[in-house]
Design a protein around this ligand. Structure first.
Ligand code: ZN
Length: 397
């Protein structure tokens, strides 16, 4: 037995009495089919209502061959039941859904662009339009027409006509064609076959606003909000703007200039920093080369130089000076780089022993090895161990 769709006769109906016609389990939940219902099932791009039946939560509603199933928190005992829909959620979807119809017709009138499909989501809704590109001005024109129609508070009616009658009517889009067809009629503006729930007057949509769009193969997808969601979005954006304004210490009309200035300052600082770093590296290299003249093994732990820097230094000093260099960065992560000018010395086993102290991993060539670890406290011991092992190797050779 098919279910009478009370929501199609009166989308403002919040409570109703009905008789259970069938009981089942769907998605491992107890489910009932009713002879009549005000619960909208997920269909036609609109999500299902929630609410309660006899005080038991309704978590899902779906339609199957004209029969509407209500997925429940627990089974129901009686056959005659009282249902109550979550009105806040329903009205929100009515605003989004009606807003969608207005927007679709506005795209058609302003840009001669047909709507391909739509999705009304929990937070945002989308409308796919047969366009490959659009300008900011064109988006503004579509929004202006849509909102003008909203403020004109036009009547929205839903009624059934036979398939034959449809041919003489200026219907926006033929999708699923049933007989009879349910038409949603926005007074002198839009006529569309639709089974969803809508507001009575366009004024109840409040406002419709496109947030952004993206290119999908061959068409554009616009994300929009209507009614209460547009207010939430405006509140959220206002809050973010206030935070940015306070962080930048400027008004919003200066945001772009202020960010451009920061980017340019950053680029100058970056270049200066690079120059200073190069100067520091050349001082460090000079020092290490000097020490290498006095000792065969030179070891150093640098708190302020990172792995990249000590790698660069190690490579230069062992090329330009005679000696073995054990360099460590006490940065994040703690890092070791060992290099030597001696062709007979294999630093790989030395590194492996040293890495144990910093709980690290690494590798390299016989005369140049490197590795990072997790335990900064072990850096000193790692370098000492390496120094001791190399000394032994050199003395025994
Ligand atoms: Zn609709």
């Amino acid at each position: 037995m098919t279910t009478e769709k009370l929501y199609q006769l009166d989308s403002y109906l919040r409570e109703f009495t009905a008789t259970i016609t069938e009981r089942s389990r769907i998605d491992d939940k107890p489910a009932v089919a009713l002879d009549r219902t005000a619960f909208y099932p997920t269909s036609g791009g609109q999500m299902n209502d929630t609410g309660e039946i006899n005080g038991t939560p309704v978590n899902g509603v779906l339609v199957e061959d004209g029969k509407i199933w209500h997925l429940l928190g627990k089974p129901l005992e009686t056959d005659i039941v009282h249902g109550k829909i979550n009105w806040e959620r329903r009205f929100d979807f009515m605003q989004q859904h009606s807003g969608f119809h207005v927007l679709a017709q506005s795209f058609l009138r302003e840009l001669d662009a047909e709507t391909l499909s739509s999705h009304l989501g929990e937070k945002y809704s989308t409308i796919d339009v047969n366009l490959v590109k659009i300008s900011a001005d064109e988006i503004a024109r579509v929004e202006e027409l849509a909102n003008r129609v909203i403020w004109e508070n036009r009547v929205i009616k839903a009624y059934f006509v036979s398939k034959d009658e449809l041919e003489n009517l200026n219907v926006r889009k033929f999708s699923e064609i049933f007989d009879p067809v349910r038409l949603v009629d926005i007074q002198d503006f839009d006529l569309d076959p639709c089974g969803g729930t809508h507001v009575k007057n366009t004024g109840e949509i409040g406002i419709v606003k496109i947030l952004f769009y993206e290119k999908i193969r061959g068409y554009l997808r616009f994300t929009f909000v209507a009614g209460n969601r547009a207010l939430r979005e405006f509140q959220e954006q206002t809050r973010i703007l206030a935070e940015v304004s306070s962080s930048l210490s400027t008004g919003r009309e200066e945001f772009v200039a202020s960010i451009e200035k920061m980017k340019s300052d950053q680029s100058i600082l970056f270049k200066k920093n690079k120059k200073l770093e190069d100067e520091i590296l050349s001082i460090v290299i000079r020092e290490l080369k000097g020490e290498a003249n006095r000792a065969k093994i030179v070891s150093k732990i640098y708190p302020d130089l990172n792995a990249n820097s000590i790698r660069k230094i190690a490579s230069i000093v062992s090329r330009e000076a005679e000696g073995t260099f054990l360099l460590a960065s006490a940065g994040e992560p703690p890092f070791l780089v060992f290099s030597t000018s001696l062709e007979t010395l294999d630093l790989r086993p030395v590194l492996n022993q040293a890495l144990i102290h910093i709980d690290g991993k690494g590798g390299g060539r016989a005369n140049f090895v490197q590795g990072g670890g997790k335990n900064k406290q072990g850096l000193q011991a790692a370098v000492e161990t390496a120094k001791k092992l190399i000394k032994e190797k050199l003395e025994n050779s």
